[in-house]
Design a binder for this molecule. Structure first.
Ligand code: AMP
Length: 190
């Protein structure tokens, strides 16, 4: 397997990208960076960023690009390991900022993985997660809003990476193991 760049995961909330990103990170010995997890940690620690992010996350909207880009910049200052990005970038501005930050350190994104799941399934999955994990942004109205935000602000990134020839699309339906097997097959890392 010859693979050296970083990987971004695209896909709507509830598509399972956090789970798949985690599995892939383990498989590759890479680091997973999840902006959602980092933000939730700030919220629970009540940091200044957490206080700003909390109401935005509860509404199902996106935290401003400059705050997110600053977070990522800190994370990238790490040990130069391969990174699997989960939930980032979510806007074109974030994707462009990521490219700039990486090019400054001579690194690239070389795969974008899109997990596809039909809308009705997403709502069902997210409602289930709300019951299991008690996430405050997983109520039905917020879920629908987060899906709209995904369609309008994040989905354009699919073309951004497709035009670069690094997009891999897989179905997010089926068991976690099945999806992961498809993922490895699609990226040729099996
Ligand atoms: P997630 O766990 O990835 O679904 O993220 C949960 C929430 O955190 C999102 O609905 C946003 O409010 C916020 N968030 C996470 N990642 C980003 C990002 N890259 N840009 C803006 N907001 C984000």
């Amino acid at each position: 397997m010859s693979h050296s760049g970083h990987v971004v995961f695209l896909g709507p909330p509830g598509s399972g990208k956090g789970t798949q990103a985690e599995l892939l990170a383990k498989e590759l010995g890479a680091v997973k960076i999840s902006t959602g997890d980092i933000l939730r940690s700030h919220v629970s620690r009540k940091t200044a960023l957490g206080e700003v992010a909390r109401p935005i996350m509860e509404r199902g909207e996106l935290v401003p690009d400059d705050l997110i880009v600053a977070l990522i910049r800190e994370e990238l200052a790490g040990d130069g390991k391969r990174v699997i990005f989960d939930g980032f970038p979510r806007t074109l501005a974030q994707a462009e900022a990521l490219d700039r930050m990486l090019s400054e350190i001579g690194q690239v994104i070389d795969r974008a993985v899109l997990l596809e799941v039909p809308e009705d399934q997403l709502v069902e999955r997210l409602l289930k997660r709300a019951r299991l994990e008690g996430r405050s942004d997983d109520n039905e109205a917020t879920i629908r809003h987060r899906l709209e935000v995904y369609r309008s602000q994040t989905e354009p990134l699919v073309d951004y990476y497709r035009n670069r020839g690094i997009l891999v699309t897989i179905s997010g339906l089926g068991s976690i193991d099945q999806v992961f097997a498809d993922l490895k097959e699609a990226v040729g890392w099996r």
